[in-house]
Design a protein around this ligand. Structure first.
Ligand SMILES: *Cc1c(COP(=O)(O)O)cnc(C)c1O
Length: 366
């Protein structure tokens, strides 16, 4: 009889993300206002689009397996060496490398309960043991509890998203530095900085390369290239060499390499996206308070709005979808009473606000 390897057979089937495409198939809709996945509503840089379009004819070629040109540009941006960078098909890909490289089957990984689910997915898929710590009530990551759990559980890897998803909260540079210092000597800190582009570089720890930290960045959020699948890690040369043993040599889309390089050269575009995103956050804070709902102040391209209970939050997500507006919500307490909406263009924000007003009004009438 053909059976999967026992450790894989034991992995519970799970879908970390139900895509809007599936929701459209299920509901028979041909369109949704996409505010659920923290994709950029502002698109990629026109310079990236032009460079990628011009490059399309060479799609018969593999990309450079070393992503050398891109790594050179990134080394200049971050003040590190090309040997301290590894490019992958998004942070999700690089995260899988770190889990495979540092978590042997049965070993423990620590994360915040309800934070970015792909980390959990990789740990489970690689037969690791996942230990979790809850968020604080205000939606911040409990760094003290994470560090304590890392010692108690003898963790091999500790996950921190900063700024965090889904809360949008941010730990200061000093807090992150103290946290990193408080971890066990043999635990790797996986510092996921998917939303780094929305804060000032000076608010983040300096690139100080060490074997104990792998930091990740992406072109999926502020650069608006989620569909191209490209991201990278800044890590020690030794860790980059380790990842080189197991990474897919041709896993990075050739066209994405070209687009990422062109995006880096268009800082003006990214700055505009960051400004528009700040406007979007303010609009969401305003609609929340107009409707008597609280919110968590966010440093990202999304906002968590307080629905008061998980039950109401779930209903709001469903009712918005029925009105053609797709958002998501955190799944675990204490954040499960919030709904999470991504920064949209002004018309998308209006569609969200109108639908939410309608839903709240019909609650009042019921
Ligand atoms: C969006 C997101 C990612 C995924 O990044 P990709 O580069 O698209 O794989 C990783 N981590 C966090 C916290 C995210 O929100």
């Amino acid at each position: 009889m053909i059976r999967p390897a026992p450790n894989i057979d034991a992995v519970p089937a799970s879908t970390p993300f139900v895509g809007p495409e599936q929701l459209m198939r299920e509901s028979g809709r041909s369109e949704l206002v996409r505010l659920g996945a923290n994709e950029s509503a502002f698109g990629p840089s026109p310079k990236a689009v032009a460079a990628m379009s011009a490059e399309l004819e060479r799609l018969s070629w593999y990309g450079d397996p070393e992503s050398y040109d891109l790594r050179e540009a990134l080394a200049a941006k971050h003040g590190c060496r090309t040997e301290e960078l590894v490019v992958g098909a998004g942070i999700d890909d690089v995260m899988g490398l770190a889990v495979r490289a540092f978590v042997e089957p049965g070993a423990t990984a620590i994360t915040t309960r309800g934070s970015y689910p792909t980390f959990d997915y990789h740990v489970r898929g690689h037969s690791g043991h996942l230990a979790v710590v809850p968020y604080r009530d205000d939606g911040t990551v409990d760094l003290d509890a994470l560090a304590e759990a890392a010692h108690r559980e003898r963790a091999k890897i500790v996950y921190l998203a900063n700024p965090d998803n889904p809360s949008g909260t941010f730990a200061t540079r000093g807090e992150v530095e103290r946290f990193a210092a408080a971890l066990p000597d043999d635990a790797l800190l996986f510092l996921d900085e998917a939303y780094a582009d929305f804060v000032d570089e000076g608010e983040l720890p300096p690139p100080g390369i060490s074997d104990a930290v792998v930091r990740t960045r992406t072109f999926s959020k502020a650069y608006g290239m989620a569909g191209a699948r490209i991201g990278y890690a800044i890590a020690s040369q030794s860790n980059v060499q380790t990842f080189g043993k197991i990474r897919l040599q041709y896993g990075v889309n050739r066209n994405a390499q070209v687009g990422a390089l062109a995006s880096l050269a268009d800082e003006t575009f990214r700055e505009r996206v960051v400004r528009e995103t700040a406007d979007a956050r303010e609009d969401y804070y305003a609609i929340a308070s107009e409707l008597g709902m609280g919110h968590i102040r966010s440093r990202t391209n999304f906002v968590c709005i307080d629905a008061g209970s998980a039950q109401r939050a779930n209903r709001i997500v469903k009712e918005l979808l029925a009105r053609g507006v797709w958002i998501r919500k955190p799944g675990a307490p204490p954040l499960d009473r919030y709904v999470r909406v991504s920064a949209g263009t002004p018309p998308m924000r209006r569609a969200f606000a109108d639908a939410l007003r309608e839903i709240v009004a019909s609650e009042a009438a019921a």
